[in-house]
Design a binder for this molecule. Structure first.
Ligand code: HSE
Length: 401
């Protein structure tokens, strides 16, 4: 018998209890013993709920109970989760978390404590919700040099962008719907401004290259400026718009970015719609691979946390190595990253445009008085200088082709 405690009985925490209860028999078969939830930590009361009698309000009850060997952290945020998780690990408990803020900010330190104590700090659900991506990166693709990871890593924004494209729907209405469905963070800014995707690509890039990528070093743009007209332009060139996080190695240098991009049909991520996430990984031996599934929502995310619980129970006295050192990974200044761009400008002739950008590819105008075009490849810095010279620029979106 292995005793588990769950810290945080919100959407994901209650989902983890549900998975561990519903699949109790199969989980016992796979771990070789029964897995039982002994405590649920939450400041709220849940009268009549199945965990009513397991509720505790003081995390020390969990930290100080030697019978608890695996702790699930589903509170979210860095404070107080960091302190709780750290103390659990220091007290020799395995920890499984879905908390990307915590993992992105303190992953290497918590992994080191787990190594020192010969336990595990597991975070499969922190990226891609229910999609297996952390274990594939840290266990299956360990013989490859990862050349690129590009992911649709945020279910809420993918849901919003898909609805805007398919229904010509307004941003605010679709955001509300996403929140009602439990996809969006309480503070929608984290989703729509790209901060959530930024933490996730920081985690993936850190794991791919083994050093700490500071999420503050990742250039990040959200989707708040994307309009229904942008989708019409995208459609006219056989593309759609997605928010992607990219981490890649070019000539030995690591770059990482989160931005909306136009993706053409045929790209592995083109058909990843709604709340689904897709993570494209290119390895130097493997070539292309795509990890696809539900990137947000109660049970998909809880399924990944519960799988970590199974892994933790199986290895609870044995640290399974995850290589992620606290050494800082240098990330190329985004101004030196090479991209191509789609551009819209008002009242601007093609002569003016080619004088600034050189040769461009014209895109048929879909809005009166506008000129639209795509550029060739250039650094972000070069593009910014040229774009600043366009007196009546409307918008620009990077091309993923
Ligand atoms: N708000 C996040 C998303 C939840 O929409 O992807 C999963 O991390």
């Amino acid at each position: 018998m292995c005793k588990v405690a769950v810290m945080g009985y919100g959407t994901i925490g209650s989902g983890v209890v549900e998975v561990l209860t519903t699949n109790k028999a199969v989980i016992a078969e796979r771990t070789g013993e029964e897995v039982e939830v002994k405590y649920v930590l939450d400041l709220r009361d849940f009268p009549g709920s199945p965990v009513e009698k397991l509720l505790v309000k003081d995390y020390k009850v969990i930290v100080d109970d030697p019978e608890v060997e695996v702790v699930v952290e589903t509170m979210g945020g860095v404070k107080p989760a960091y302190q709780f998780v750290k103390e659990c690990l220091e007290n020799g408990k395995n920890v499984c978390t879905s908390n990307k803020e915590l993992v992105a900010a303190h992953g290497p330190e918590l992994l080191q404590i787990a190594r020192d104590k010969n336990v595990n700090f597991l975070f499969e659900a922190s990226v891609g919700g229910g999609i297996p991506i952390i274990r594939p990166l840290t266990q299956c693709l360990t013989a490859d040099v990862i050349e690129e990871i590009t992911g649709i890593l945020n279910g809420t924004t993918n849901f919003i962008l898909t609805k805007m494209r398919d229904e010509g729907a307004d941003f605010e209405t679709v955001l509300k719907e996403a929140q009602e469905l439990g996809y969006a963070e309480r503070n929608p800014e984290a989703d729509v401004e790209g901060y959530d995707a930024c933490r996730k690509i920081a985690i993936l890039t850190s794991l791919a290259y083994g050093k700490q990528v500071d999420y503050n070093d990742i250039y990040t743009e959200g989707i708040t400026k994307i309009t229904v007209e942008d989708f019409k332009y995208a459609d006219s060139i056989g593309a759609t718009i997605k928010l992607v996080g990219t981490g890649k190695m070019t000539d030995g240098k690591i770059s990482a970015m989160v931005t909306p991009v136009m993706i053409k049909a045929g790209h592995p991520l083109y058909t990843v719609d709604d709340v689904f996430n897709g993570i494209y990984v290119r390895g130097n031996m493997l070539g292309d691979s795509l990890f696809y599934g539900k990137g947000a929502g109660k049970l998909p995310t809880a399924s990944a946390v519960a799988a970590d619980v199974v892994e933790a129970v199986r290895n609870r006295h044995n640290n399974v190595p995850i290589i992620w050192s606290s050494d800082k990974q240098h990330v190329t200044d985004y101004k030196d990253v090479v991209n191509s761009f789609f551009v819209r400008a008002k009242d601007t002739s093609f002569d003016e445009i080619t004088k600034i950008f050189g040769e461009v590819t014209k895109v048929d105008s879909l809005v009166d008085g506008e000129t639209a075009f795509t550029t060739g490849k250039m650094t972000e810095g070069e593009f910014e200088d040229k774009y600043a010279k366009l007196a009546n620029a409307v918008t620009r979106i990077r091309l993923a082709f």
